[in-house]
Design a protein around this ligand. Structure first.
Ligand code: KG4
Ligand code: ZN
Length: 339
């Protein structure tokens, strides 16, 4: 079964084609709206939705043509049901369900975070063994999850305030870096000295995280430095100190969670898992560390095609006559096991 996956939860129009029988990705396409939102310093949901409407038809046509696949070859269409920005989610859902209805195909709304969680499987020959511990780090979520089996997830701990990607983006803004801040801050940090400024490490109890205080410490530091903070080297040193502090925190919590669950496998996914410093430090942990390729860490349609393919092949599908059930919030724990 070949499944077309459609991702429109935020500012990327992502498409993927996943062949469930062969267990491989056979095509993908991505349009990033970064240029559209940059002047606003963040994503404007209505603009994101309108741009998804503009991009989806042409992107789908090109993807199918390039993969040599026709709509008749498809076994189903999957789209991101949530969590995400409601106007943007609605566009993907309407497009996917209309395309499915016209071509008499099953459609299924899938969980964006399950897409992220399964994304390491997009690498050829990369199977994932369960159970395992998952660190999910994106723009909206920072969660430690125990995955018993595909589709069965238990939340062990999460951020009390900002998500880690959000902390990267907000701190980048303080450093006058352009949107999207996370990757820009990481690039600047490469030229910085992480030891120059000691930032406090917010360490809530157990497996919880807190990042909003860290952003405030950077703001206070910038105020204290005054004019000195304008120097590029100083800003690079602040970026490196921030990144080092965040990475140390994430690694520390992963260690604690591994002790808690006794797991021997750790999977890290979501946009922030593209961060090179984080990847390098997590790789040093004495467990099997599972990562997606950097291009599949951030939002993409391939992961939605994959998650959809697994669920559609197991017989899941939606009632075509029900309204598209998009949801801005959706706890991962509410999912059913696959198969
Ligand atoms: O998973 P994702 O693409 O979208 C959400 O589902 O939220 O994650 C986006 C987040 C943004 O906050 C972005 O700044 C962050 O991931 N990000 C990074 C890097 N690449 C993306 N943060 C730090 N270092 C990176 N290299
Ligand atoms: Zn995401």
């Amino acid at each position: 079964m070949i499944v077309l996956g459609i991702e429109t939860s935020c500012d990327e129009t992502g498409l993927g084609l996943y062949d469930a029988a062969a267990g491989e990705l056979i095509g993908e396409a991505l349009h990033s709206q970064v240029d559209l939102h940059r002047v606003f310093g963040g994503v404007v949901p209505e603009l994101a939705a309108r741009d998804h409407v503009r991009r989806l038809p042409g992107l789908t046509r090109v993807l199918l043509e390039e993969a040599g696949v026709t709509l008749d070859d498809l076994g189903g269409i999957a789209y991101t049901r949530g969590p995400g920005l409601l106007p943007a989610l609605r566009v993907g859902a309407m497009f996917a369900r209309t395309l499915a209805a016209v071509n008499d195909l099953p459609a299924l709304g899938v969980h964006h975070l399950e897409g992220h969680l399964l994304s390491p499987m997009l690498q050829p020959q990369r199977r994932i063994e369960f159970p395992l511990l998952v660190l999910l780090v994106s723009g909206g979520h920072t969660q430690l999850i125990r995955a018993q089996s595909p589709g069965r997830y238990t939340l062990l701990g999460e951020s009390r305030d900002d998500a880690v990607g959000e902390a990267f983006d907000k701190t980048a803004q303080l450093l006058d870096l352009p949107y999207p801040g996370g990757p820009e801050l990481a690039r600047l940090a490469e030229d910085g000295d992480p030891g120059r400024f000691a930032l406090p490490k917010p360490m809530p109890q157990g497996l919880e995280f807190s990042f909003s205080g860290l952003k405030t410490s950077v703001r206070t530091l910038l105020q204290r430095l005054g004019e000195g903070a304008l120097e590029r080297q100083t800003r690079a040193d602040i970026a490196a100190s921030f990144e080092r502090t965040v990475v140390d925190l994430l690694v520390h919590k992963c260690r604690s969670a591994l002790v808690h669950t006794g797991d021997e496998r750790l999977l890290i996914s979501g946009g922030v898992s593209a961060n090179k410093t984080l990847r390098a430090d997590l790789e040093k942990l004495p467990v099997d560390v599972i990562l997606a390729e950097p291009r599949h860490c951030t939002d993409n349609g391939a992961m939605i095609a994959l998650a959809g393919a697994l669920r559609l092949s197991a017989g899941e599908c939606e009632d075509r006559t029900s309204p598209p059930p998009v949801v801005p919030r959706w706890p991962l724990e509410e999912l059913d096991g696959i198969g």
